[in-house]
Structures are given as C-alpha cells and as structure tokens.
Design a protein around this ligand. Sequence first.
Ligand code: ZN
Length: 68
Amino acid sequence: MDENTEYYWCELCGHVYRRTTWEANGNRCPNCGADLQYAHPWEEIRALNPRYPATPVVGREYTMYGGA
Ligand SMILES: [Zn+2]
C-alpha cells in the first residue's frame, strides 16, 4: 500500500482507479478483482511512459509500455 499515490494501475487488467476506490473494494481492483500485489502507483507507470498524463483517466485502460 502506497499512501502517497492517488491512483493505482492494475497489472492484470491495465485499468486505473483511485486508491480510495481500491480500498472501498476491499483492497482489490474494482475492474477485475486483483489484489494489491498487482497494484502499482500511477507514478511508477508514468515513469515508464513519459507521455502518459500526470492525472490518469479513471477507469481507462493503459498498457504498461504504451506511452513511451
Ligand atoms: Zn484489474
């Protein structure tokens, strides 16, 4: 759990949701139900993809290496 990030990206389905939405869903991905071991802070994904926006679109799917 990274308390400093506002958004989590799910490694299994590629969707982004607010951290609070994951928490409200029992710390699971609201889209596919993956647990927190598959959750990556948005900042981590954005570091790999400089063209991704600082604020992601909630519920959108982003590939791990799609915006480099
Ligand atoms: Zn997911």
